[in-house]
Design a protein around this ligand. Structure first.
Ligand code: PLP
Length: 377
């Protein structure tokens, strides 16, 4: 983890709002995944953070990519991946995505039976199973519930596998992903148990892809052990698609204090908000926070961003030393779904991103106004 001196140096040198990543933490996260998920092919879910420098780093370490858009497919190729290293996923793939996935020879993740007829000829595919489970995470992060838009109901999976074969595709196996930021290993065990029930109807498989969804403090060895057992039921090779786990802990969002204000609440006003980090507003996400200034007194503050939106509050009741204009605040565990979800709302430039790898590397420049309106006429 980068220390306060390094973070302050980055804020001073590159200005804020700024995403800072620690290369050693990225490498450690991947090593942690590999230590738990032995004999498993890892496909990084690049939606968590699609920065090309991070993708190239993962690719050169042998990691493939799970992609959910034509843009992500293009990034995978740009980062050096070929079809064998690419999964094409998504509940509503476009014609362009089918064509590009087919051209690359990627493996498709089929999300509904109708897709069998939409795949390019002789495609390789996994069938995404909807295990109809409620899991311990925010509603918007749960994808395995029976009422969610994802996956094929258990009762229809065998028929979709058969339909793939009948249409001349290769049905490589099954896929499941029950949601994101899941702490409870029991949720994964329940999903894998549901999948295992399909063994009599689908037979042996080449691949069992258990998705991602692990929170940073999840019991990875426990989850991997359960996944391995499920794979053995099918005689299958194990694949996994971590997103958050690989990048969240390596990233910090640095923001500068613009001022403070007292209404019914005590606010610290920041130069970063929902346009730089929307997770607190979207999912009620709680980021660990560190103030990089000293102060005599500590009391709880709400952290408000600069957007003209009442919901633009990054955290509530955070104990902080007396705020100082110009003080720098570090929002930790921000490497996943932070920069990736940043937006140009209010014509705000998306923040710069820098990587510490023994020296600072700018891996995304801060946008200027021209970049924001470049596609407009
Ligand atoms: C199919 C699939 N795989 C993997 C992931 C990555 O999830 P996480 O970042 O929680 O590991 C997602 C996230 O939405 C997903 O939809």
């Amino acid at each position: 983890m980068l220390n306060d001196t390094q973070l302050l140096e980055a804020a001073q040198r590159f200005s804020t709002p700024l995403y800072v990543y620690d290369a050693a933490e990225l490498d450690a996260a991947l090593a942690g995944v590999r230590a738990a998920f032995t004999d498993t092919r890892i496909f990084y879910a690049m939606k968590a953070n699609p920065n090309l420098s991070l993708l190239r780093r993962f690719r050169s370490a042998g990691v493939g990519f799970e992609c959910v858009s034509a843009g992500e497919l293009a990034r995978a190729v740009k980062a050096g991946a070929s079809g064998e290293h690419i999964l094409v996923n998504g509940p509503a793939k476009s014609d362009e995505e089918y064509a590009e996935g087919g051209r690359l020879g990627a493996t498709f993740i089929v999300d509904r039976g109708e897709e069998v007829a939409l795949l390019p000829p002789s495609s390789r595919a996994l069938v995404r199973v909807n295990p109809a489970l409620s899991v311990s995470t925010h509603d918007h992060l749960a994808t395995g519930a029976g009422s969610s838009k994802f996956g094929v109901p258990l009762s229809e999976v065998a028929a979709v596998v058969e339909a793939l074969k009948a249409a001349g595709h290769t049905a490589r196996g099954l896929h499941v992903h029950i949601g994101s930021a899941i702490r409870d290993a029991g949720d994964f065990a329940a999903a894998f148990a549901k999948l295992s029930e399909l063994r009599p109807s689908v037979g042996e498989l080449e691949v069992l892809d258990v998705g991602g969804g692990w929170s940073l403090d999840a019991d990875l060895h426990g989850i991997a052990g359960q996944a391995r057992q499920a794979a053995e039921v099918f005689g299958a090779q194990l694949w996994a698609e971590p997103g958050r786990y690989l990048v969240a802990g390596a990233g910090v969002l640095l923001s500068t204090v613009v001022g403070s204000k007292q209404t019914g609440r005590d606010f610290v006003l920041l130069d970063a908000g929902m346009t730089e980090l929307i997770r607190p507003m979207l999912y009620g996400a709680v980021q660990p926070i560190r103030a990089l200034w000293q102060g005599d007194q500590t009391k709880p503050y709400d952290l408000a961003g600069p957007a003209c939106e009442s919901g633009d509050v990054l955290a509530h009741d955070v104990p902080l030393p007396t705020p100082q204009r110009g003080g720098v605040l570090a929002l930790l565990e921000a490497g996943a779904y932070g920069a990736a979800m940043s937006s140009n709302y209010l014509s705000r430039p998306r923040p710069a991103e820098v990587l510490w790898d023994g020296s600072w590397q700018v891996i995304r420049q801060r946008e200027g106004p021209e970049a924001i309106w470049a596609a407009e006429l």
